[in-house]
Design a protein around this ligand. Structure first.
Ligand SMILES: [Zn+2]
Length: 245
């Protein structure tokens, strides 16, 4: 029985492997996240090695190996449009989050579609907002979306009022249950922004206005929550903060 397959893929991560090869992690339309070796991928004349760049959308043919899969062939699906520096820094958050929060060979076509739409939208809209919205949508698709409608301690419904957020519990906390250690402010504006960005229509994003304070508050709680999930800071998010973006 052969497990070879052909599929559309978005490149999440590529690195050099031994002297002449490349190692790539991709997210595919039908086969979820995959990783494979591209033998000879570092030679300048190797077409696959040249096409396998982060964020590229490719059609791949993969041969299942005993220990690791290998790439048989690849073709460009769409000519990649160049990202500017800022868009690229945000796109790196998108690919790193996808790599961290998905499992190998677990088909999640909706994650593929989200990736595809996000990388397009990053070129057209404010990348900071797009990435925040992407992060919420991805967390929802992988079943890790923080709970913000009800208090994580007493379960009461948090209405139209300011509350708190516990990155450790991944939940909003009501005023009565608030414990000053380790909980972040979660104002009504931030809560509304959370819901708005989670449901934002990427095909047809309607214009909306955002308060800078709400945006910063939402980024702070979400990135802290992600850090609790992953146990370490993401390289791409550390890079953004070093660059003051
Ligand atoms: Zn409570």
């Amino acid at each position: 029985m052969s497990n070879d397959f052909r599929d559309d893929a978005i490149v999440l991560h590529v690195k050099n492997w031994q002297t002449a090869d490349k190692y790539a992690v991709c997210f595919t339309r039908e086969h979820g996240k995959i990783r494979f070796i591209v033998y000879g991928g570092r030679y300048p004349k190797n077409v696959a090695g040249r096409l396998l760049q982060p964020f590229a959308q490719l059609s791949l043919e993969v041969i299942a190996g005993q220990r690791i899969d290998k790439l048989k062939s690849c073709e460009l699906l769409e000519m990649p449009q160049a990202f500017d520096f800022k868009q690229m820094a945000y796109a790196a958050v998108v690919t790193e989050l996808t790599a961290i929060f998905t499992e190998d060979h677990q088909p999640q076509p909706e994650v593929y579609e989200l990736l595809e739409e996000t990388l397009k939208l990053l070129r057209e809209r404010n990348p900071r907002i797009v990435v925040l919205s992407f992060a919420l949508k991805l967390l929802e698709l992988v079943g890790l979306l923080p709970q913000v409608e009800a208090c994580g301690v007493c379960g009461c419904i948090i209405g139209e009022e300011d509350a708190w957020f516990s990155p450790l519990q991944g939940s909003a906390i009501c005023k009565d249950c608030h414990n000053p250690s380790g909980e972040e402010k979660f104002s009504l504006g931030t809560s509304n922004l959370f819901k708005h960005l989670k449901n934002l229509d990427f095909q047809n994003p309607a214009p909306f206005s955002i308060k800078g304070g709400d945006l910063m508050e939402l980024e702070a709680i979400l990135y802290k929550f992600i850090m609790f999930q992953t146990d370490k800071p993401l390289n791409s998010i550390s890079f953004l903060s070093q660059m003051g973006m």
